[in-house]
Write a protein that binds this ligand. Structure first.
Ligand SMILES: Cc1ncc(COP(=O)(O)O)c(C=O)c1O
Length: 368
């Protein structure tokens, strides 16, 4: 099998912890263990966690806490994974093979793009249209879906645009999946990271063949726990567990325990509020900076990311590479999303850090 490089992750994995200003991240500044567990006595319990093999599909307590987010789901509908990344990987590996079509929302987090093509499936884009505030071209969806469609892959809220589907758009996507019999995969890792509006509706419950992937990395500000999940039919979840035996076996027990803490109703509300507060206090910094630097963008509805269009005589890969080398600032080029003169800038870090990083981008642009 020939593996395509996952360009954005390759760049982030290489540089994100080496640069001075990492503005390539799509989530908010992470919470600490002390913030997650303010009570010192409760924190003590963590010291007694045995570092053995945990229940590999997630402890029943964790699976029940995840199921509680999705009305009607039980622990039988849930497998815990190592990040949303593993959840998506398992689905791609299980479901796609040569001869299959996969319809994928574009632009998107490119993990599935690279994976399903490596597994031999053919990719058909479902474009988001900038002139329509990054709404999906549903006529293109109708044209792309056929009896060969194995999977329709949606990312809602979307990375990199921060756009959110309307309920009518969701219904049309479900109808297209139903017509073709395809599985509908909704990566909802940014659900709960909305700026001004209510929590995004989930695709859960809209169709018998729906698969939700998500995790604690973005809306909860806990990417280092590496906890994600799949929520789907008990049969699909049981099958995913047998694939998971070959990937990671399962999440570690400390992460499982901390994820249970994060998902108590009280802590869940507290973490989502923390994320929203960071997003809303940092967004004006980004907005003002973009206006001052002649960068246009559709305001994101969710996620700590803005997807900006620029007009300079330099390609986005080269711009990002030079910015990193000359200023030690990391952002994501539009070319990583197979697009042209766009930049994805994360605004979820500490405000002073964000301001300094943006200032350096301005001075770099001025010098060009
Ligand atoms: C849409 C989407 N899915 C999955 C992931 C991976 O998330 P995790 O850190 O939970 O593995 C990301 C990370 O940026 C993402 O943007």
């Amino acid at each position: 099998m020939k593996l395509e490089q996952f360009q954005m992750e390759r760049m982030q994995s290489t540089w994100e912890n080496l640069v001075r200003y990492n503005l390539s991240e799509s989530g908010v500044h992470p919470a600490t263990i002390a913030e997650l567990i303010p009570d010192a006595a409760q924190r003590e319990a963590l010291l007694n966690v045995e570092l053995g093999y945990s229940q590999s599909n997630g402890t029943p307590e964790l699976r029940r806490a995840i199921a509680a987010i999705y009305p009607g789901a039980t622990e039988e509908n849930v497998i815990a994974t190592v990040g949303t990344a593993e959840a998506n990987f398992l689905i791609a590996w299980m479901l796609t093979e040569p001869g299959d079509d996969v319809v994928m929302m574009m632009p998107n987090y490119m993990q599935l793009w690279g994976l399903v093509r490596s597994f031999g499936a053919e990719l058909k884009p479902l474009p988001l249209v900038e002139e329509l505030q990054w709404a999906p071209d549903l006529d293109a969806l109708e044209r792309a879906v056929s009896p060969r469609t194995k999977l329709i892959a949606i990312c809602n809220p979307n990375n990199p645009t921060g756009s959110i589907l309307t309920e009518q758009e969701m219904e049309r996507i479900v109808a297209a999946a139903r017509r073709s019999g395809a599985w509908l995969l909704a990566d909802e890792v940014y659900r709960g990271a909305e700026l001004e509006r209510d929590i995004t509706p989930s695709f859960w419950g809209s169709y018998e063949k729906v698969i939700i992937t998500s995790g604690l990395s973005k809306a909860y500000g806990l990417p280092g726990l590496r906890i994600g999940w799949i929520v789907s039919t008990p049969e699909l979840v049981a099958n995913a567990w047998s694939y998971h035996d070959y990937t990671t076996i399962g999440p570690g027990p400390a992460s499982d325990m901390l994820a249970q803490v994060a998902l108590t109703p009280e802590n869940r509300a507290r973490l989502l509020k923390r994320t929203r507060s960071i997003l809303n206090s940092n967004y004006p910094i980004l907005e003002e900076w973009a206006a001052a630097n002649d960068l246009q963008f559709v305001p994101p509805q969710a996620g700590a990311i803005a997807y900006l269009r620029y007009h300079l005589e330099i390609g986005s890969l080269e711009l990002v590479e030079r910015l990193r080398r000359e200023k030690s600032v990391l952002i994501v080029p539009g070319e990583h999303f197979l697009m042209g003169k766009y930049l994805r800038i994360g605004f979820g870090s500490n405000a002073h850090h964000l301001r300094e990083g943006l200032e350096l981008i301005s001075s770099f642009i001025e010098a060009l």
